[in-house]
Write a protein that binds this ligand. Sequence first.
Ligand code: GTP
Ligand code: MG
Length: 450
Amino acid sequence: MRDAWSTWRHRSSATSEAEANAPSQGETYLQLAQENLRELLHDSRVPKDVRDALADDYRAVEAMIEKIDQGHVHIAAVGRVSVGKSSLLNALLGEQRFTTSPLHGETRRAEMANWTSYDAGGVYLIDTPGINEVDGEAREKMAHDVATRVDLVLFVVDGDLTDTEFQALRALTGHHRPTLLVLNKADRYTESDKTLLREALARRTAGLIDPRNIIFAAAQPAPQVRITVAATGEETESTREVPPDVEQLRQRLWDVLDAEGKTLVALNASLFAGKLSDQVTQRIMETRKKVAEKIIRTYCVSKGIAVAFNPIPVTDLFAAAVMDVAMVIHLSKVYGLPLSRKEAGSLVQVIGGQMVALMGTVWAVNLVSSALKTATGGFSVLITGAAQGAVAYYATYVVGQAAKRYLADSKSWGDAGPKQLVREIINSISRDSILAEGKNDILARLKRPS
Ligand SMILES: Nc1nc2c(ncn2[C@@H]2O[C@H](COP(=O)(O)OP(=O)(O)OP(=O)(O)O)[C@@H](O)[C@H]2O)c(=O)[nH]1
Ligand SMILES: [Mg+2]
């Protein structure tokens, strides 16, 4: 996608006749982007809770599809307060559509107007509240949200870039947001100042903005004051309104829209689709992780109780795998990668084998005594059983965690293999707290009258 944008940035405006008649590249990008959005919208694999959590984004996808259908292009003016964003859009529109004021923070919410003077139509200009305003966090966020959803950004400044402006500009271009840098209030500078300013801006934004996209404008030039001295020596002062000068900007925008309007819309739609599908994936993984965690705990308790009732020699703890196999099958369904009983069996065997290799049976004996040590009350049969149960609980917990990681990684142990993974899991969980938890859970169940 970056390529699409750089093509625009570096493309010469001259197009041959053959090129003009060929199906436009922008058109192709646009169709692809729209297909992506539709697929995303109708993907039946996305669980309802994930869809609900991302409802706003899904609505935005619908709006974006509609916008593409109608061939609309959105252009927003963003920038510091009072740099003349609203004035600039008014000058392009040729009417006082947005309110302007010398007071900072005049524009309070994003507003949109159809730029009818563009021949092909469908272009909308969006005014946004100023960024970097005291107590203006919400408005700044609004401007940011708009800026990251439109097809083209006019980043308006009225002098050399401040640090905040530079950061905002870098963030926008870093997200591949097509941006023109507009220096407004150009009437306040002399010709030589303007040359110096252009050089400074080009240096500052090197690598972020193509120098051709640094544009000077005067949206609402200050009236000129003229003092006439009469023969009598009497001075009269008159003011003359100066018309706006946004011609260079208008011309650049039209060139861009003619040459790459569709590509810009496609780029924006694809960036949005990409971002949303990342979010969807992440949410699905989080949901699966939560469900998996619950499943693991349930099996841990069941196995712990079974062992507590029928204490088996500690050396056999790892061998009693029936329940672990059932757990792995259950987990594999959560991750959408169902395993057969045989596959789940060998997975449990691999993990169990690694545990034994890493910890040995001596360690298991230590575990039991450790579980016993934290026991409250006397050494009853109940407590001893619960201690052994807690060890089974712990072993199942490790198996569950390892299987979960294997499944989350699309049935792979990763580069380091199962041994490393099991070692990592054992090191990362607090043995004593899992044992204590297991014991408490088991005791609670055993004491509960059935
Ligand atoms: N000298 C000069 N003043 C301008 C120009 N454009 C706008 N202004 C003045 O700058 C002030 C702010 O203009 P707005 O268009 O309201 O600025 P804005 O960026 O929309 O401001 P907020 O909505 O408050 O963020 C007004 O007093 C305008 O008259 C210009 O080209 N030259
Ligand atoms: Mg404004």
